[in-house]
Design a protein around this ligand. Structure first.
Ligand code: HEM
Length: 510
């Protein structure tokens, strides 16, 4: 008797659950309405295309573009995301700050990745504060500090020990390690005298965190990884809060004061440091890796860049310093850098739709966007890898952004229309990367110094570039899956040791 009552109860619960599930699926089923972009929900209820998206966003979105054209809506883990792939129509998203919002989703990610919620978070106030440091005089000061730190690192015994012997290392590890160190010392203060391994420890923990970042952002960590992520985060919060009075003028301390003024408590300030460490350090090292890697695997490009650098050498006997105007006029170098970023900068630009909106495309089409959905631009696929814009888009052509007369090429077309956005490594519009000038200057200083100071070679001259780690699409600069083995030693005769005489701030401003 008791047994049959028990069975009835279990069946009632199962039926109730199934009923609720069916009701939920019916309620959450969405169909395409008139004037809405093509809708692709995927086969899996709720999850939709989340798995394919997370595995390789570039491959998935290329498939969707082939199927639906340059605008479509996909379901990803319960959200509906409209993806726009026509660069001529990007301003309809980038310039709309009334119906489309940047900050809400940014806050969700901040909370999820860095466990931090900034009180009264206002991206505009933060941007204005950042601008003070990363533009004009603030930028010149940071460039000087960065220059000195890169120079000190490259001339340290760690690099130049027995300077005539070749040292072997992976290029990615070489670039990321050194630029992280230089960037950390520039923005987060000096290494403490009683703890000289501090930056090395911060870097080691940072790399562990960075390796898990995509999974943290997508909430797909396995249980062991979840534990590691939590521990590493704690460890980095602790390491970043070890400050001394002598560092009161550092960028980090200034950021702390900014947070205090914004009403952030001690714990929030402590946690926000990791957010800033990642924002400021995660892109330059990988960018320098791709740049040097493309040069090493493309001898034509390396020769052209070296010709430009050596043309700066001053006659023997004069001080070997590169004049400021020459530092700025490096068209070959700049084109090769733009080409590198075209191939490897892969951030997604996401906005939340705050109210129903009509999106007007450049070719006259109009689409309705629903409140609560997201709009997403993925510049890596278009314009950067779009074969309608760039011929052989997968190839590295160092002179793609050069005119025949050596000036910068800026005219690119899609379907007969000249493009405003033909490459977008820094995003665009109101939220364009505020650190872009600092990043370019850092990469330029580092690559110039490496190429003029060191003999740098591939261990195997036929080694191709490693493939990209496909799980990182959407998170800024791509990273390789594997590394490129290099060997280096101090040049016996440095042809253009232009930095040796620089001494004032303006000498270093790239
Ligand atoms: C190769 C290097 C870099 C690349 C490719 C890059 C790329 C980007 C992109 C695409 C965005 C826009 C995201 C969006 O619209 O949603 C962005 C924003 C931002 N970047 Fe960078 N970045 C780089 C280096 C840096 C550096 C070195 C710093 C600081 C030192 C920095 C600080 C920022 C900040 C603070 C924002 C947010 C801007 C805002 O909220 O309005 N970036 N970056």
């Amino acid at each position: 008797m008791l047994y049959s009552t028990h069975r009835t109860m279990i069946w009632t619960i199962v039926l109730l659950f199934c009923g609720l599930l069916v009701l939920y699926l019916i309620a959450s089923t969405r169909s395409r309405l008139k004037n809405e972009p093509p809708l692709d929900k995927g086969l899996i209820p709720w999850l939709g295309h989340a798995l394919e998206f997370g595995k390789d966003a570039a491959k998935f979105l290329t498939r969707m573009k082939k199927k639906h054209g340059d605008i479509f809506t996909v379901r990803v883990a319960g959200f509906y995301v409209t993806v726009l792939m026509d660069p001529n129509s990007y301003d309809a998203v980038l310039q709309d700050t009334v119906s489309l919002d940047f900050s809400r989703y940014a806050q969700v990610l901040m909370q999820r990745i860095f466990s931090v919620r900034l009180p009264g978070y206002d991206p505009a106030t933060q941007r204005t504060w950042m601008g003070k440091h990363f533009e004009r005089e603030g930028l010149t000061h940071l460039n000087t500090m960065m220059y000195l730190n890169i120079y000190t690192l490259l001339s340290s015994p760690e690099i130049l020990q027995n300077s005539q012997d070749w040292k072997k290392e992976g290029l990615f590890s070489f670039c990321y390690r050194l630029l992280f160190r230089a960037g950390y010392l520039t923005l987060f203060g000096k290494e403490h005298s009683n703890n000289s391994g501090e930056v090395t420890t911060v870097y080691r923990e940072f790399r562990k965190f960075d390796n898990l970042l995509a999974k943290i952002a997508r909430s797909t960590l396995k249980s062991g990884e979840k534990k590691t992520a939590g521990e590493v985060r704690e460890q980095l919060w602790d390491l970043l809060s070890m400050q001394t009075a002598e560092e009161s003028d550092s960028w980090q301390q200034s950021y702390r004061r900014f947070l205090q003024e914004e009403g952030a408590d001690e714990e929030t300030q402590r946690r926000a440091m990791l957010l800033q460490l990642w924002t400021t350090q995660c892109n330059a090292g990988p960018a320098a890796f791709w740049f040097l890697g493309f040069l090493l695997t493309n001898p034509d490009a390396m020769n052209a860049v070296m010709r430009e650098i050596t043309s700066f050498s001053l006659p023997a006997g004069t001080q070997q310093r590169l004049p400021l105007d020459k530092l700025q006029a490096t068209p070959v170098f700049d084109s090769a850098l733009s080409e590198t970023l075209r191939l490897t900068a892969a951030a997604t630009i996401s906005r939340e739709v705050l109210q129903d909106k009509t999106l007007y495309m450049a070719d006259g089409r109009e689409y309705r966007l629903r409140r609560g959905d997201r709009v997403c631009i993925f510049p890596f696929l278009s314009p950067q890898m779009d074969p309608e814009i760039h011929q052989d888009p997968e190839k590295f052509k160092y002179d793609r952004f050069l005119n025949a007369d050596g000036t910068e090429k800026t005219d690119f077309y899609r379907r007969g229309r000249m493009l405003k956005y033909y490459t977008m490594p820094w995003g665009a519009g109101k939220n364009v990367c505020v650190g872009r000038h600092f990043a370019v200057s850092t990469i330029k200083q580092f690559v110039f110094m490496v190429l003029t100071c060191l003999d740098l070679e591939l261990c195997d001259p036929n080694m191709p570039m490693p493939p990209v780690n496909a799980s990182r699409y959407g998170f800024g600069m791509l990273q390789p899956d594997g590394d490129l083995d290099i060997r280096y030693r101090l040049k016996t005769q440095s042809p253009a040791c232009w930095w040796s005489g620089a001494s004032t701030e303006s000498d270093y401003a790239l």
